[in-house]
Write a protein that binds this ligand. Structure first.
Ligand SMILES: [Mg+2]
Length: 277
């Protein structure tokens, strides 16, 4: 069943007292954060999205609290996101959920890994060759997926990029094996299976939420991009707290919004102040 979209997005801190009481009522709270654009501001090149020491310490402090289960969800490869965040004892979701690791979870989507890795490898190589002439394109090979970043590309050339990607996939006769998705100034080629951040979130909720059925389990998801909408939908179905980062966005299904990444830090600080015991 599709969730009912809230009539309007609310600023998270304007409903803070209600959120605090829901958190206090819950036996445990799952806190999932997207990385790029949520924990770190969007930057020109993906490798420059460095987590601030303050954010790292806040994630760490939250993970120490028995009440909270913390996770970072990303389209980046698993080892990339693990090394960028560098906090132990949290859940890491890499490649939009194709890989999940931490706090007892060790999941890889049951696609044929070897086959898909070789397909993605081939496509990365072909895309590097075909897109190499366009200034500013970054082809990022992430094992199970490949990203084509075009933030640095001249506007008039951005349409060409998608056409080239499509042509490369067709030339390689891989149209039935992969699909193209679109995020903030990035195209992604993923295995053509029904799997996304929402389903990864569901897997985590099933693991932790069903442990103690009598208790109230509250899932919270904070994200900024189109790929986070699948997770927001899921969170709304669980009557959790979905938070969009980037101000009011009528297109988003999230119930709440924060304006900037800085406010995500403020959110984490406020969460740490809540007395649960
Ligand atoms: Mg993001």
């Amino acid at each position: 069943m599709l969730p009912i979209k809230p009539t309007f997005m609310q600023y998270l801190f304007s409903d803070w007292n209600k959120i605090v009481s829901r958190i206090k009522l819950a036996s445990h709270v799952l806190l999932l954060f997207d990385y790029d654009g949520t924990l770190t501001p969007i930057v020109k090149r993906p490798e420059l999205a460095i987590l601030s020491e303050e954010s790292r310490q806040l994630l760490k402090a939250l993970s120490y609290k028995r009440h909270f289960i913390v996770g970072v969800v990303s389209g980046r490869g698993l080892s990339d996101i693990q090394s960028k965040v560098g906090v132990n004892d949290i859940i890491y979701v890499g490649n939009h959920g194709f890989e999940i690791e931490g706090l007892g979870l060790n999941y890889v989507h049951p696609i044929d890994n070897d086959e898909i890795k070789s397909i993605i490898g081939t496509l990365s190589q072909m895309l590097n060759n075909s897109l190499g002439t366009i200034r500013g394109v970054i082809v990022e090979h992430k094992g199970l997926t490949v990203s084509i970043h075009y933030r640095l590309v001249k506007k008039k050339e951005t349409d060409t990029i998608k056409n080239i990607i499509q042509r490369v996939i067709e030339t390689a006769s891989l149209s039935d094996k992969v699909k193209i998705t679109h995020g903030k100034k990035v195209y992604e080629i993923r295995p053509n299976v029904h799997w996304h951040k929402g389903m990864a979130t569901n897997l985590i909720i099933e693991k932790y939420g069903s442990k103690r059925r009598k208790d109230v389990f509250l899932p919270v998801y904070v994200g900024d991009d189109l790929t986070d909408e699948d997770a927001f939908k899921l969170i709304e179905n669980y009557d959790g707290v979905s938070v969009y980062v980037g101000g009011v966005n009528p297109q988003s299904i999230a119930r709440y919004y924060l304006k900037t990444c800085k406010e995500v830090n403020k959110f984490m600080k406020e969460l740490l102040k809540i007395k649960n015991d």
